[in-house]
Design a protein around this ligand. Sequence first.
Ligand code: FAQ
Length: 321
Amino acid sequence: MTQPNSHIAPNETAAQHAAFEARIERGEKIEAGDWMPAEYRRQLIRMISQHAHSEVVGMLPEGEWIASAPTLKRKTILMAKVQDEAGHGQYLYHAAETLGATREGMIDALLTRRAKYSSIFNYPTTSWADVGMIGWLVDGAAIKNQTMLAGASYGPYSRAMVRICSEETFHHKQGKEMIVAYAVGTPAQREMAQDALNRWWWPALMMLGPHDADSPNTGIMSKWGVKLKTNDEVRQEFINEHAPELLEAGLTIPDPDLHQDEQGNWKHGPIDWTEFWAVIKGERGLGAERLATRQAAHDDGAWVREALQAYTDRQRAVAAD
Ligand code: FAQ
């Protein structure tokens, strides 16, 4: 017996869904004005807006270090990186707006905790090496995930990913260069790099999402060509690239169970998912502080929004005359 398709909304037909899925099957991009299932639209708004929030909140942990960068070169690189993240947030908010989401609605969902942002940005940056480790591991994990999303079926999201990935690649390289330099540097630098790895390794694995068996959204997102790989597949790619490079740099990965299997895949030990969910809910880490900072920035920007609205109203009134 065929299962009823639970994603068909009351005002949609199976034929519409079949035609939509055939387009995805043929590798066509779905564009903003095209017909799409309501659930496809809802899922994309959920994921793209959360991605946008992650980029913007993601400016906070590293931004704290701009004033303390050890050299002018490191400071300019970091400033460029943090500005890039703001730009990524902008592209992504725009991509979500093409689906009918409003900026006000998305920001409200973030500030009232109805929308999530990446767990990774609720961890504190306690030393300068964290800036390098975020570049190497967090941007490294983000690139694995987002290179896959560059092939997503929704055109505006996939095109935003192409631009974002090229910038993230620069972020990744600068982080790796910094950590490798410290790993072969003075004993104090090596210790700082190792301490950063000890704190960021597990959160970096977690940021790629729960195991596939615990990932309620992967099924439909894969069927509709948004996620071309599962969370565990992307995590495996990330570990396979990063584990040997970190070891080659002379660092110790804080996982006693890490080993290579017969196929050459680096297998990790058990992940503490209790910590992951507690960090997302704001029960552990800096969730409350991060949201308070975003709320303050939103409040400080009220006059800009009011001025833009007054200008738009006046332009409209002039045009109407
Ligand atoms: N944190 O069913 P799934 C960056 C939630 S950008 C918080 O597997 P899905 C750049 C998930 O939303 C980093 N929540 O979900 C940068 C869902 O809850 P919901 C962000 C998480 O969507 C670098 C629930 O768990 N990247 O780093 C997390 O199929 C350096 C069940 O999970 C993106 O957002 C998490 N880590 O797969 C910036 C990429 N993981 O929404 C500054 C786009 C899962 O149903 C410095 N997003 N959840 O209430 C994605 O690819 C996907 O959303 C996943 C999760 C893979 C993150």
